[in-house]
Ligand binder design. Structure first.
Ligand code: PBG
Length: 323
C-alpha cells in the first residue's frame, strides 16, 4: 500500500474545491466600523497613524455612514471628540454632546446601520483618564454615575446599543439599572468585558485625543498576561446584565476569544484595534506585506477563533472585497 493514504492536499487542489470545503466565511453584516466625530462643519481630518480614517464633522459622518451602509456594513461605533474637556467629563453625558448629536443625525438618515456608542470618559476628561480622579487614581464608584448618565443620554438620542469600554467594576450593572429606570429596558449592552491594557491602542489615542496626561490605564484595564481573569470579567458582566461580550484587542488575544466562544452562549465581539490596523497599513505601505491579504487573513482568524461581530477599521474595505 502506497503511503500516505490520507492526502489532505486533495481538497486543496483547485479554487473550487477550496471554496467548497471552506469553514469560515466573513460577511459585511458582521462588521462594525469605528468612526470619530468632531464639532464643526466640513471637517474631514485624516488621522496620521490611521490612513483612510478621519475625524469627521456630522455632515461628513453622514457621508461615511451612507457609504458603509451601501457596502452592507452591519453597524458603526461612534467616538466623540468634544470642543472642551474638563475634570468632570461633562461632554460625555450632555444631551447635546457631540456623540448625542451625531447619533440623532445618523438615526434620522439611516434605517439599516446599527448605531453603537462607546461609553467612556477618556475623550471628555482634561486628564485623559476614563473616570474621576481621586488621590491620583481613577475612583471606581463615583465614575459609575458618569457612565450610567452617558449611557442613558446615548439611548435617549437613539443609540441601538451602548458599549461601555472603561473597565470600572460594576459598570454593566449600574448602566443596566439606569437604562431600565429611564425607560430604556430594550437597549442592549455590548460590554468591553475583556479589555486589556494594550500598547495597540496608541493610534486611537491620537484619533480621539485621549492620551492620559499622567500615568497609564493599568489600574483599570487588564494585564495582558491574564486569561483566567478575562473569564471572570466576562462572567461578572453577564451576571450584571451584559447582552454581548467583547474581547479587545483581537489578534493578540485569539485564545481569549476562543475560550469566550466555548464558555458563553452569547454573541461574542472582538475589536481589531487601531494598532492592529496601523501595523498592517504600515507594512503594506513599505511593500513588506500585501494589504488586502493581510486584512482578510486577520479578519478570518478573528472570526474563526469565535468572534461573531468584529469591530474593525477595515469594515468598508473588507466589505467591498466580499462584494
Ligand atoms: C476608550 C477606548 C479606547 C479604545 C476604544 N475605546 C482607548 C483606550 O482604552 O485607551 C481603543 C480602540 C482602538 O485602539 O482602536 N476607553
Amino acid at each position: 500500500m502506497a503511503f500516505p493514504i490520507q492526502r489532505l492536499r486533495r481538497l486543496r487542489a483547485t479554487e473550487s474545491l477550496r471554496t467548497l470545503v471552506r469553514e469560515t466565511h466573513l460577511r459585511p453584516s458582521q462588521f462594525i466600523l469605528p468612526l470619530f466625530v468632531v464639532p464643526g462643519e466640513g471637517v474631514r481630518k485624516e488621522i496620521g497613524a490611521m490612513p483612510g480614517n478621519y475625524q469627521l464633522s456630522i455632515d461628513e459622518l453622514l457621508k461615511e455612514c451612507a457609504e458603509a451602509e451601501s457596502l452592507g456594513v452591519g453597524g458603526i461605533i461612534l467616538f466623540g471628540i468634544p470642543d472642551k474637556k474638563d475634570e468632570l467629563a461633562s461632554g460625555a453625558y450632555d444631551d447635546n454632546g457631540i456623540v448625542q448629536q451625531a447619533v440623532r443625525a445618523v438615526k434620522s438618515a439611516s434605517r439599516k446601520l446599527v448605531v453603537v456608542t462607546d461609553v467612556c470618559n477618556c475623550e471628555y476628561t482634561s486628564h485623559g483618564h476614563c473616570g474621576k480622579i481621586i488621590d491620583g487614581d481613577v475612583d471606581n464608584d463615583s465614575t459609575l454615575d458618569w457612565l450610567a448618565a452617558s449611557a442613558v443620554s446615548h439611548a435617549r438620542a437613539g443609540a441601538d446599543i451602548v458599549a461601555p469600554s472603561d473597565m470600572m467594576d460594576g459598570r454593566v450593572g449600574a448602566i443596566r439599572q439606569a437604562l431600565d429606570e429611564a425607560g430604556f429596558g430594550m437597549t442592549p449592552i455590548l460590554s468591553y468585558a475583556a479589555k486589556f491594557a494594550s500598547v495597540f491602542y496608541g493610534p486611537f489615542r491620537e484619533a480621539a485625543e485621549s492620551t492620559p496626561q499622567f500615568g497609564d490605564r493599568r489600574s483599570y484595564q487588564m494585564d495582558p498576561a491574564n486569561g483566567n481573569e478575562a473569564i471572570r470579567e466576562m462572567e461578572l458582566d453577564l451576571e450584571e446584565g451584559a447582552d454581548m461580550l467583547m474581547v479587545k484587542p483581537a489578534m493578540p488575544y485569539l485564545d481569549i476569544i476562543h475560550e469566550a466562544r466555548q464558555r458563553f452562549p452569547t454573541p461574542i465581539a472582538a475589536y481589531q484595534v487601531s494598532g492592529e490596523f496601523s501595523m498592517i497599513m504600515a507594512a503594506a505601505r513599505n511593500g513588506w506585506i500585501d494589504r488586502e491579504r493581510a486584512m482578510m487573513e486577520s479578519l478570518t482568524s478573528i472570526h474563526r477563533a469565535g468572534a461573531d461581530i468584529i469591530l474593525t477599521y477595515f469594515a468598508k474595505d473588507a466589505s467591498r472585497l466580499l462584494g
